[in-house]
Design a protein around this ligand. Structure first.
Ligand SMILES: Nc1ncnc2c1ncn2[C@@H]1O[C@H](COP(=O)(O)OP(=O)(O)O)[C@@H](O)[C@H]1O
Ligand SMILES: [Mg+2]
Length: 361
């Protein structure tokens, strides 16, 4: 089901300002759309409006072209999964999953089919006759998913469904959710504050900050082409390195002369307008290359070396004191206190306006 949001806004009763506003968004049928952003930015508010649990202050919500603003949640053909999965403790897994269908007075046969099918997909068949207290947190979260699945909704709405799970299980469930989505093809709108979840699961990411959309796009676009400094800093781990400098004679330089880079051809035209002006340069840690390479070379003092296996993270300092994180292959040898030459992969540099923090294009 195609979901459209047109200029959607929410102002809670008794509040002065809108919590979110001017949200324009198209979610295609079968998409896995992740609404991402820091705590308090309005993700749940938005999802609850789509679900019908929050009223819509302004704008239009459409499902398959039909206006949904005043439609009751139960008539929206959605199923929701929350962070706290709140299973009924006195019911078996089977009964928990069957409950909503029983409320709808579906036949015993259909209920049995749906529950056993969902249980198979989620690999919880062995626990169908256990009580929630007898199964693990991960299994319970799967039951909560199953409870949503049996309803066979047009849209899944999920609000941080993995937040209560430990790291290992969360990783596992991420893959399961992607697989599930590939199998079922159900349009999914998934809320999280975790950029890794967004990057690994989404076909489309919507990044919110303070109730406003910062960028919409595929994970690759977020990683390779952040539209502003907030996006650049929010996506990717380690965080993108940010260097403050000035454009001088067509080069990005840091005042003390410690760093001086000649932008690649494609970036030069846009940067001409910034001659003698402050510019912010962004570079991901894996885009620093070791060794010298002409006049794009700089020196860095290694302060801390973090061995992560396939890569090493070098926490290093430039001569003017700015700190950077450099990623290098795990088998390269570096020691704290050493000074090394590095250079920039000029094709992987991001330039931002120091005042507006918007990407310079
Ligand atoms: N029922 C409510 N009444 C008033 N303000 C609310 C209500 N629910 C949430 N808010 C406020 O709206 C803002 C966004 O909250 P929320 O949508 O829960 O953010 P997120 O899910 O991104 O953490 C917060 O400042 C929160 O305090
Ligand atoms: Mg929330």
């Amino acid at each position: 089901m195609r979901v459209e949001l047109k200029n959607i806004g929410k102002k809670y009763e008794g509040r002065e300002a809108f919590t979110i506003r001017h949200i324009d968004l198209e979610i295609e049928s079968q998409e896995f759309c992740v609404i991402l952003g820091p705590s308090g930015c309005g993700k749940s508010t938005l999802l609850r409006m789509i679900a019908g649990l929050n009223s819509i202050t302004e704008g239009e919500l459409l499902f398959g072209g039909k206006l949904m603003n005043k439609v009751e949640p139960k008539d929206r053909d959605i199923a929701m999964v929350f962070q706290s999965y709140a299973l009924y403790p006195h019911m078996t897994v089977y009964q928990n999953m069957a409950f909503s269908l029983e409320m709808r007075k579906e036949s015993k046969k259909l209920i049995h089919e749906r529950v056993t099918e969902a249980a198979q997909t989620l690999q919880i068949t062995d626990y169908l006759y256990n009580k929630p207290s007898d199964i693990s947190g991960g299994q319970r979260q799967r039951v909560a998913l199953g409870r949503a699945m049996v309803r066979n909704p047009a849209v899944f709405l999920m609000d941080e469904p993995l937040s209560n799970l430990d790291a290992k299980l969360r990783e596992h469930m991420r893959v399961e959710l992607v697989r599930l989505h590939q199998d079922l093809g159900t349009t999914t709108i998934y809320v999280t504050h975790d950029q890794t979840e967004a990057m690994t699961m989404a076909t489309k990411i919507v990044l919110l900050d303070q109730g406003k959309i910062q960028q919409v796009g595929a994970p690759e676009e977020f990683y390779n082409r952040p539209e502003n400094l907030f996006v650049a800093g929010f996506i990717g781990s380690p965080t993108m390195n940010i260097l403050r400098g000035t454009m001088k004679e067509g080069r990005f330089v840091i005042e003390s002369g410690t760093v001086s880079v000649r932008p690649e051809e494609a970036d030069r035209a846009a940067l001409q307008a910034y001659e003698n002006k402050p510019v912010i340069l962004g570079i991901r840690s894996e885009r620093f290359l070791s060794g010298e390479n002409g006049d794009n070379t700089f020196e860095a003092v290694i302060e801390v070396v973090e061995m992560l296996g396939k890569e090493k993270l070098l926490y290093a300092k430039l001569a003017d004191g700015q700190q950077i994180i450099i990623s290098q292959p795990g088998h390269f040898v570096y020691n704290p206190g050493e000074v090394h030459n590095f250079h920039f992969d000029v094709e992987a540099l991001h330039y931002f306006d120091a005042e507006t923090t918007q990407r310079i294009v």
